[in-house]
Design a protein around this ligand. Structure first.
Ligand code: FE2
Length: 379
């Protein structure tokens, strides 16, 4: 497999991407959770998300409750079933808390559905028009890997807070934001031998292009390995790296995820900030737990990275990782899983020119994950 550290020319590559599915950005990310009320409290308290909207019995929903949170351009929806009859329970029982919907903002949800289904997508939801006094929204959806779905959201004729069926969520408890701005990328874990199937699926069904590839030589430690390919849409606003386990002496972290998620799913959501030191300081003070690399990482980073705006000692103090590519550098840090199952986690990222994904950190990072796996007895 050919390994490219940095894409030769992003513009050239993007130009070749399909234009039958124009995407304006990530619309929302919906997690199915065991107790949405309590999860919402966690995301407000720990991550600084703000209360935006609520849907439930009070707004005419009979089988579920959903809390919508926002921080700058990021919208999270936390949904829990209200009765045992709800099909949401099947998802929850199998996967635990996790991402069900990666919703994409489009100008035409009907065309998005038709174009992708014609190219082989499995339908999840035919185009549906939902309306209230603020106008109407059209949504449609298709399955991607596992039981995860993409919902296309057309909201050009809507000026309500979120979607019809939701009301404003006014809360007296409003912890300050932590500086999180937008979704930088979202990573999917797929099973053995499945990465190229899903790379081809994103190419064929959604017109994405393969921006970067990492093979098991790039991403391996003494014990375990994985492979990864980064898929991007035509304007570069949507980036979905896809991971597959690779053979190693011990169990790949991707295998561990698939074992506990009981299938393929979203591994991590990368959220961008303009000031990672400030954001991470706030997140830590509010109880968000991060992976730790040894201090020796920073000795090596000094040599590897060269001159940057931040003091390496400051990064070391906060445990922030740094990597460089031809276009600049990036700062990043990864949380521990945010559920009891070792499944989904978050990445906090600040880009300073670099458009890559921190290849230089993979080894240090995965060794940190392995230390956690060893503690769980799942390495
Ligand atoms: Fe990432």
């Amino acid at each position: 497999m050919k390994t490219k550290d940095v894409a030769p020319s992003l513009e050239k590559i993007y130009k070749n991407a399909g234009d039958f599915l124009p995407l304006n950005g990530t619309d929302y990310i919906e997690l199915y959770v065991g107790n949405a009320k309590q999860s919402a409290h966690y995301y407000k308290t720990a991550f600084g998300f703000q209360s935006l909207a609520y849907g439930g019995l009070e707004t005419g929903l009979t089988d579920r409750a959903s809390y919508v949170l926002e921080q700058d351009k990021i919208r999270l929806v936390l949904t829990t079933p209200l009765t045992s009859a709800s099909p949401l329970n099947d998802h929850l029982r199998k996967h635990g808390d996790g991402v069900k919907v990666v919703a994409l903002w489009v100008d035409d949800a009907t065309k998005s559905f038709e174009e992708t289904v014609a190219r082989g997508a499995k339908p999840f939801m035919k185009p549906v028009k939902e309306e209230d006094e603020n106008g109407f929204v059209i949504r449609s959806g298709i399955y991607t890997y596992g039981e995860t779905v993409h919902i296309f959201v057309e909201r050009k004729n809507y000026n309500g807070l979120f979607l019809p069926g939701y009301k404003a969520w006014k809360s007296d408890y409003n912890p300050a934001p932590t500086g999180l701005k937008y979704v930088d990328h979202m990573v999917g874990n797929v099973g053995w031998g499945e990465m190229n199937t899903w790379v081809e699926w994103y190419e064929k069904v959604m017109g994405f292009i393969n921006l970067l590839s990492f093979d098991d030589k790039d991403i391996s430690t003494e014990y375990s390995a994985l492979m990864s390919k980064v898929m991007s849409n035509g304007n570069g606003r949507i980036k979905f790296p896809i991971n597959e386990p690779a053979e190693g002496k011990k169990k790949s972290q991707i295998e561990e995820y698939i074992q506990f998620y009981e299938g393929q799913g979203v591994q991590h959501i990368a959220l961008a900030t303009d000031n990672i030191v400030d954001t991470v300081t706030k997140l830590k003070s509010r109880g968000v737990e991060f992976l730790q690399v040894p201090q020796s990482y920073y000795e090596e980073a000094k040599l590897r990275i060269g001159k940057i705006d931040e003091e390496i000692s400051e990064l070391a103090k906060h445990g922030i990782l740094v990597d460089r590519d031809d276009e600049g550098y990036l700062l990043q840090l990864f949380t521990k899983p945010v559920e009891d199952r070792p499944t989904m986690f978050f990445e906090i990222i600040q880009r300073k020119g670099a458009q890559s994904f921190g290849k230089g950190n993979f080894k240090a990072l995965f060794e940190a994950i392995e230390r956690e796996q060893a503690r769980r007895g799942t390495l």
